[in-house]
Structures are given as structure tokens and as C-alpha cells.
Design a protein around this ligand. Structure first.
Ligand code: PGA
Length: 251
């Protein structure tokens, strides 16, 4: 089963209109028309339309960093799947550890967002990952399992293969500490086994699992070379054209 590598840049709250537009342009130019990997950038939501204009006609997909799971209505400050689609999005990151930790997002909320993303024809990237305390306490698999079971609760087997999982150990995000390829592969293999239990082995073989956490040009090839690592969710290094393109080329 060959799974197409997916490299996504999570710009977080780090770009403004002008530098985001030139970053998107630089990536689109470097990636060309037929990249072997799937490439996605996820700007702050207020700039989605502007980046969509820059990416129009390119092979780079556009993603959002969050959504609110409701139809249009009285939800001050929120943005739903239909609005993201309208803005040119095809992907959405859900349950990033920063949202879990800073905004208190729960697995139950993430599962509602997942349903809304799929209903709105967006490709969800569902993030899971343990903290340093969890890892040192030997709880990595238990934490990842609980997050996955909760976040994917209610997900229909028929739609599961279109969902992307991102394994992002919290201790490796923005810290410069990367999980070793062996450490990452061990958790990815565990996740795939669990997906086989939640759905079927066939579905689990089709689902893509990205690694995230200080992915850089220097470590991307080794990480992406692991059998169960099907891509990367990149924060800091996605903000520089050369670094992000080097990671894409490692895929
Ligand atoms: P990082 O962020 O690459 O800066 O560690 C990854 C992420 O949070 O998605």
C-alpha cells in the first residue's frame, strides 16, 4: 500500500499579510506543477483568502488551523467549515497541542470538529501527542490511545481513510528536540495498529500519519524514511521557503 507523503506547514500566529504572501509565492514557485508529495500551507485564518489568491493554479494546497463545528449562526469570533471552503481551504488542522493546552480543547470537541470538517469536504489533520511528563512516566501509548479514541469517536469507517493523523510529541514542538526516527516510528506503528482496531487493517494501511515536532531539513529524510511516517507537520521550519522546500524534497 503506497501512501502519498503529505508535508504541511503550520504557520501558527507567525505571519502577517505581506510576508505570508511572499512565503506562499516562494513555496509555490519552488514546488512547481507536479510535486511527488502533497504540499499544504496553513496560514492564520484572516489571511486565508489572500494566500489562496497567491496559490491559485499552483500545486500547493491551503489549510486552516482550526474550525468551529456549527452551521452559520450566532458564534461570535468563530469560523466554520463552509467559510473555510469559501476561502479556498481544502485542509484543516484539528486538535493541535497548543489548542489543547492553551484553549482547553478536549477530545470530545475535536471529534465534533472532525465530523464538521468531513461534512464540509475538508481533509482533517488530527493532532495527538504526549507531554514530556507522559513520556517519562511511561504513558506515551496510553495518552496517544486516549486522544485518538476520543478525537476519532464517531468517525465512520468509510471516511476514515481520508483523515490524516499528526503525531506530535509536545516535548518536541518548537523546542528543537526531535523524536529520534526510532522513537517516532515506534509511536507511528502503535497508532497504525490502533487504527486497525478502530477501523480495519485495510483502512489503517490507507491512513496517513504525519510526524511533527522540530522537523528540519537536517532530520526530515531520516524521519520520512520510516515505514509508518507518511509526512510531516512543520512549524518553525515552514516559515522559511528554503527550509520548507528542503523538507518537501526529502519526502
Ligand atoms: P515545530 O512545530 O516544527 O516548530 O516544532 C510543529 C507543530 O507545532 O505543528
Amino acid at each position: 500500500m503506497s501512501r502519498r507523503t503529505i508535508i504541511a506547514g503550520n504557520w501558527k500566529m507567525n505571519t502577517r499579510a505581506a510576508d505570508g504572501a511572499s512565503l506562499a509565492q516562494g513555496i509555490a514557485d519552488a514546488v512547481g506543477e507536479n510535486p511527488t508529495v502533497e504540499v499544504v500551507v496553513c496560514p492564520p485564518s484572516v489571511y486565508l483568502s489572500r494566500v489562496a489568491d497567491v496559490l491559485a493554479g499552483s500545486a500547493v494546497g491551503l489549510g486552516a488551523q482550526n474550525l468551529y463545528p456549527a452551521d452559520d449562526g450566532a458564534y461570535t469570533g468563530e469560523v466554520n467549515a463552509a467559510m473555510l471552503c469559501d476561502s479556498g481551504c481544502r485542509y484543516v488542522i484539528l486538535g493541535h497541542s497548543e489548542r489543547r493546552a492553551i484553549l482547553g480543547e478536549t477530545d470530545a470537541q475535536i471529534s465534533e470538529k472532525l465530523a464538521a470538517a468531513l461534512a464540509g469536504n475538508l481533509v482533517p489533520i488530527v493532532c495527538v501527542g504526549e507531554t514530556l511528563d507522559d513520556r517519562e512516566g511511561g504513558k506515551t501509548e496510553a495518552v496517544v490511545e486516549e486522544q485518538l479514541r476520543g478525537s476519532l469517536d464517531g468517525l465512520d469507517e468509510a471516511r476514515a481513510s481520508g483523515v490524516v493523523i499528526a503525531y506530535e510529541p509536545v516535548w518536541a514542538i518548537g523546542t528543537g528536540k526531535t523524536a529520534s526516527p526510532e522513537q517516532a516510528e515506534e509511536v507511528h506503528a502503535f497508532i497504525r495498529k490502533l487504527l486497525g482496531e478502530l477501523f480495519t487493517d485495510e483502512v489503517a494501511q490507507q491512513m496517513r500519519i504525519q510526524y511533527g515536532g522540530s522537523v528540519k531539513p537536517g532530520n526530515a529524510k531520516e524521519l520520512l524514511g520510516q515505514p509508518n511516517i507518511d509526512g510531516a507537520l512543520v512549524g518553525g521550519a515552514s516559515l522559511k521557503v528554503d527550509d520548507f522546500v528542503a523538507i518537501i524534497n526529502a519526502g
